[in-house]
Write a protein that binds this ligand. Structure first.
Ligand SMILES: [Zn+2]
Length: 284
């Protein structure tokens, strides 16, 4: 490398160090580059095309929960490897590193517009937000807490479905959480499911569809088997109809109750809780 090339490389690495990574984030839908600070202010919605950027639990807490009221519960519950599934332990480590949590869901209690809630938020950065034994354990403990303290339950779904590395242990969680939700209902408490992109598989087949109210973010993919799996199963590469498995199509078919943009979600939740939480409690 000659001295001029060396100088250029030096300049490049200096620029790289001085400009923080990820300050401009490209929109997947319209390709516009958006400034990270502006996205934070717009609740991670593209100002050009209203695409909802995927966000993690902390951002949902910041957007939806009254400031300073969120208290996380059971942060140390983590998966075991009951089947000694090849490569699972490494995937758990990677999930922990990428999400900063020990399981694919964060749970806690807090307030929305002064009203008590119990909140679970799934995280696709952790093994695609899959439902493992510890995920189920955390959600069930949260429901117990909601029952004990008369809180509205909100679950933000974001998952590829059941976790294959735990096989039947994972599938059991579908029935287990569904039974717990029945207890919540018998106690006259409200459950609101929020379906975000993507909501699939065993999560769709259980608690995502059991909300007294099912809300979705615009454009969220909601289904059981995804397009790739369906094509593989049918042995075809035929295209799917426009809007296939999108929240808007799913709403048209009566699968969910309402689509709510992320920047209006807190207000909508506050309104629904004020309207319905007291009514469900009085009919218990
Ligand atoms: Zn956009």
């Amino acid at each position: 490398m000659n001295w001029f090339e060396k100088m250029k490389t030096g300049i490049k690495s200096l620029i790289k160090r001085e400009i923080p990574q990820g300050i401009w984030i490209k929109c997947k839908k319209c390709s516009r580059s958006n400034y990270e600070m502006a996205l934070r202010r717009s609740h991670w919605i593209c100002p050009e095309c209203a695409f909802h950027y995927p966000i993690g639990p902390q951002q949902y807490i910041d957007i939806l929960i009254d400031k300073g009221t969120f208290a996380e519960i059971d942060p140390d519950v983590m998966p075991v490897d009951p089947l000694k599934f090849k490569g699972y332990k490494d995937k758990i480590k990677k999930g922990r590193r990428e999400s900063g949590t020990k399981e694919s869901v964060r749970t806690g209690v807090g307030q929305i517009d002064g009203q008590p809630i119990a909140l679970a938020i799934m995280d696709t950065r952790y093994l695609m937000g899959t439902l493992g034994g510890a995920t189920g354990e955390k959600i069930c403990r949260l429901i117990d807490r909601a029952i004990a303290e008369h809180r509205t339950l909100i679950v933000i779904c974001q998952s590829a479905g059941a976790r294959m590395q735990e096989s039947a242990y994972s599938l059991m969680q579908m029935a287990r959480i569904s039974a717990k939700l029945n207890q919540l209902s018998q106690n006259g408490l409200l459950y609101i499911a929020i379906l975000t992109d993507p909501t699939y598989g065993g999560v769709t087949a259980s608690f995502a569809m059991l909300g007294d109210i099912a809300l979705a973010e615009p454009g969220a993919r909601i289904g059981f088997a995804g397009p790739a799996v369906i094509q593989q199963f049918l042995g075809t590469d035929a295209p799917f109809p426009a809007g296939f498995q999108k929240a808007e199509t799913v709403l048209e078919h009566g699968f969910i109750d309402r689509i709510v943009p992320r920047d209006r979600m807190a207000e909508e939740l506050a309104r629904l809780i004020a309207l319905l939480a007291s009514q469900t409690a009085s009919h218990a």
